[in-house]
Design a protein around this ligand. Structure first.
Ligand SMILES: CC(C)(COP(=O)(O)OP(=O)(O)OC[C@H]1O[C@@H](n2cnc3c(N)ncnc32)[C@H](O)[C@@H]1OP(=O)(O)O)[C@@H](O)C(=O)NCCC(=O)NCCS
Length: 145
């Protein structure tokens, strides 16, 4: 397995995996966001590629902004592994890449995950994360979750 910087040519696979994560955006939308992220500082995107299978997972990590009440950390914005290739160490390899990047940049690492994603919780616990708190998300604008 290779963990590689996400390329424009990966975006079709990335888009279909995003749909598995519950974000069924169009290829055009993902392309536009990818272009914007490429220009923004502090964002990294990697894909997991298996020989003869292509992209089977991806991760997005972002250095958060400085807040008055919190130092910047690396935040895992999203991670997804194809449902055909789970429990084969792909997610762990992607997360390790993000953690190594955080360490190289002197950052701790955190993530938010939906309370209903119980399998992901087991994955994060296995990876050494501990549950810090449970939050409620309030919105006014029409967001997806
Ligand atoms: C969470 C996710 C990324 C994990 O990817 P993965 O490639 O299947 O994970 P790994 O194979 O690297 O798992 C490493 C370890 O985590 C734990 N783990 C992973 N998935 C698990 C599950 N479904 N149930 C229990 N433990 C699990 C296990 O300890 C596993 O080691 P093992 O298989 O040797 O027992 C993947 O299940 C996924 O894409 N889920 C849907 C999307 C999602 O929920 N993303 C997170 C959004 S916050």
């Amino acid at each position: 397995m290779q963990i590689l910087e996400m390329q424009q040519s990966d975006l079709e696979s990335v888009t279909s995996l995003a749909a598995q994560l519950g974000y069924p955006d169009s290829l055009e939308t993902i392309k536009a966001r990818f272009a914007a992220i490429g220009k923004a500082e502090g964002h990294r995107l990697w894909v997991a590629r298996l020989p003869d299978r292509g992209v089977v997972g991806w991760i997005h990590v972002n250095r958060t902004n400085q807040w008055l009440i919190e130092d910047p950390v690396a935040e895992v914005c999203s991670i997804i592994v194809s449902d055909s290739y789970r429990r084969e160490g792909v997610g762990a390899a992607l997360l390790k890449k993000a953690e190594d990047w955080a360490t190289e940049n002197g950052l701790g690492i955190k993530l938010y995950t939906n309370a209903k994603r119980e399998k992901a919780h087991r994955f994060y616990e296995h990876s050494g994360f501990t549950l810090k708190k449970v939050s409620h998300v309030y919105i006014k604008a029409a967001l997806k979750e």
